[in-house]
Design a protein around this ligand. Structure first.
Ligand code: ADP
Ligand code: MG
Ligand code: ZN
Length: 608
């Protein structure tokens, strides 16, 4: 919002400008300010002036004569070179000429004062300011004179402009935060009963689920000062600066209580202090900052009404000390939205665009399982962009459907040159997936099949949309999913008696699922309920680590392979027994390029 641009011109640039300006002033401006016009004459003219008794003042400066003479009724300043003339002094005396200092003429004491003192001072002052500003930007906003002042922005109610109404779904999180807001409004009620509110609450969840948004909404609801700072702002170039910032932030907050302090992305400073996963030697700065934060959180009185909110998507990497009671003892999960949540988020964001009243948010929500709030907000915007591109005044359903696909698979590559033979293989591959999916029980209905390539690299895809979100998956369902993944390759093999590179992504997905069945879900005969793998960083995609010996790892690989092989065979069987439908549907898809689930089902009628 208020980012300052760092100057691209180096410091020397400013120094040169200032120096040049000073020189120009000295050579041109000052002298003319100080001196009258001087007329140069020759010595004989000087003597004439003397003889005519016109000279009033005289000065001999080294080998130069200055004199003031009255010429044509006007006093003028003349100059000429001196000659060896020993009698001159007497003659001047006789003429009653005043011996005085003429040059430099002290034009006015004020001007000379300004010229000799004030101007240089001003110039150095401004040069100094420039230098400071430059250094400040270089050192990331830290003022050299006020080391360690935090630049926490103070938000008041009106400034975030967000309220709980802007946050769709997330009802549990809102309820927990509402309690905090209520406490800040009338602390007396809580104190009366002896209840103590947690000092800190930690918002945890995957990226884009609205953690920052929720904190801003709290500020909007709370009517109290709201200090917001991001964890990365504490990480400074100099050791000790971050700690000083923490101190300053809490001092400011203490003065303004009741108030809320919000630390976004707290994992940047709150990482575990031990070896693995944390930071090792050489990063004293972070450790000091964290220690200062812990001290400050212990130090202040919870009843005063300072509530600390923090957000992170890496809760497992946080230092244990941060999470103990008395610090961030309350954890508020902000999870990916469910079906109803997604519908609500779509509705909230569609208020910002002109949208057709017939648009069905629920069907879009169904097609976007696993999308975060940020993804959904982005989809609405993509849909609006598409509506503009197509010259429409309003966003309609097809805009939204297309934007879902854009977010999932990238834009269409309409003019990608694909050979007819390849196009045919792609059509059979996709129908392979769809046919296998719909001939099995418990798999989500086919919603759309397309063979228009996308910028993500997908040459075509089959979209399945479930009626409802599922929280549990049975062993059979997962296995059926793997069978569906193998359906594309199986169709290629059966029809063209060859295989292509087009199944690379399917292979990856199928293997991931099969491996999870064995190592994480305990769905293998051999290993029973033994934990074979740990997953860390669940909110950021998850990184898994095998916990087992090399022999066991090899045994796991065998099981995974067995599972995939079984699935591949099952897919082939399904396709062989429905080979007429496979041909018919593929021809149809090849001709139309995109078909809907309805068209697909009409041709299929699996039970027939
Ligand atoms: P986080 O901090 O969890 O990574 P943000 O709070 O920055 O995510 O959310 C990013 C954007 O996604 C928000 O600005 C908002 O437009 C949208 N968004 C996320 N969750 C919601 C929600 N529950 N309701 C409405 N909009 C949301
Ligand atoms: Mg955020
Ligand atoms: Zn495929």
């Amino acid at each position: 919002m208020q980012e300052q641009k760092t100057p691209k011109k180096p410091l020397i640039y400013y120094a040169i400008i200032a120096f040049t300006a000073l020189m120009l002033l000295n050579t041109f401006i000052f002298p003319t300010l100080l001196q009258r016009d001087i007329t140069e004459t020759d010595y004989s003219a000087f003597l004439t002036h003397l003889d005519e008794n016109k000279i009033q003042k005289f000065e001999l400066d080294d080998q130069t004569i200055f004199y003031v003479a009255e010429v044509e009724g006007e006093e003028k300043l003349f100059t000429t070179g001196a000659m060896p003339d020993p009698d001159l002094t007497n003659r001047l005396k006789a003429a009653g000429v005043e011996f005085t200092r003429i040059v430099p003429q002290e034009a006015s004491p004020i001007v000379s004062f300004i010229a000799s003192w004030v101007l240089p001072l001003l110039i150095f002052f401004f040069l100094g300011r420039l230098l400071m500003g430059y250094m400040q930007k270089k050192t990331g906003g830290a003022n050299a004179m006020t080391f360690g002042k935090s630049n926490a922005k103070v938000y008041v109610q009106a400034q975030t402009g967000k309220t709980f109404e802007d946050v769709a779904g997330q009802d549990e999180a809102k309820e927990a935060l509402n309690e905090i807001v209520d406490f800040l409004h009338n602390p007396g009620r809580y104190a009366g009963i002896g209840a103590r509110l947690p000092k800190g609450a930690l918002l945890v969840g995957p990226p884009g689920t609205g953690k920052t948004l929720l904190a801003q909404a709290v500020a909007g609801e709370a009517n109290v000062p709201f200090f917001s700072i991001s964890g990365s702002e504490f990480v400074e170039m100099f050791v000790g600066m971050g700690a000083a910032k923490v101190r300053d932030l809490f001092k400011q907050a203490g003065d303004k209580a009741p108030c809320i302090v919000f630390i976004d992305e707290i994992d940047t400073i709150g990482k575990k202090r031990d070896g693995a996963g944390g930071f090792s030697g050489g990063n004293d700065e972070r450790e000091q900052t964290l220690n200062q934060l812990l001290t400050e959180m212990d130090g202040f009185d919870g009843r005063k009404g300072v509530v600390i909110l923090a957000a992170t998507n890496r809760p497992d990497s946080l230092d244990k000390a941060l999470l103990r009671p008395g610090r961030f003892d309350r954890r508020i999960p902000v999870e990916l939205p469910d079906l109803a949540g997604r519908e609500a988020i779509l509705k909230v964001h569609s208020q910002n665009v002109k949208i057709d009243p017939d648009v069905d948010c629920l069907s879009i929500a169904r097609a976007t399982a696993g999308a975060s709030g940020a993804d959904l907000a982005n989809m609405i915007n993509e849909a609006a962009l598409r509506a503009v591109r197509l010259g429409r005044e309003r966003v309609i359903q097809s805009d939204l459907e297309e934007s879902v696909e854009v977010i999932l698979a990238g834009h269409q590559r309409k003019n990608a040159a694909i050979q007819p033979k390849e196009k045919e293989i792609i059509a059979y591959h996709e129908i392979g997936h769809a046919l296998v999916a719909s001939c099995q029980t418990d798999s989500a209905p086919v919603h759309k099949i397309t063979i228009i390539p996308r910028t993500s690299g997908a040459l075509g895809y089959t979209m399945q949309v479930a009626e409802n979100d599922q929280v549990l998956m049975s062993r059979e369902e997962i296995f059926n999913k793997i069978v569906t993944y193998t359906g594309g390759r199986a169709a290629e093999e059966i029809i063209f008696n060859t295989m292509t590179s087009g199944a690379a992504n399917d292979i990856e997905q199928a293997t991931k699922l099969a491996r999870s069945m064995i190592t994480r879900f305990g769905m293998s005969e051999h290993f029973d309920m033994m934990a074979l793998e740990t997953t860390s960083n669940v909110y950021l995609g998850g990184e898994s680590q095998l916990l087992v010996s090399a022999q066991t790892a090899a045994a796991i690989d065998d099981e995974v392979l067995g599972l995939i092989r079984k699935a591949h065979q099952k897919a082939s069987e399904i396709l062989r027994s429905n080979i007429d439908k496979l041909h018919e549907l593929s021809k149809f898809l090849l001709e139309k390029e995109t078909i809907t689930g309805e068209e697909f089902n009409n041709i299929l009628q699996c039970d027939a």
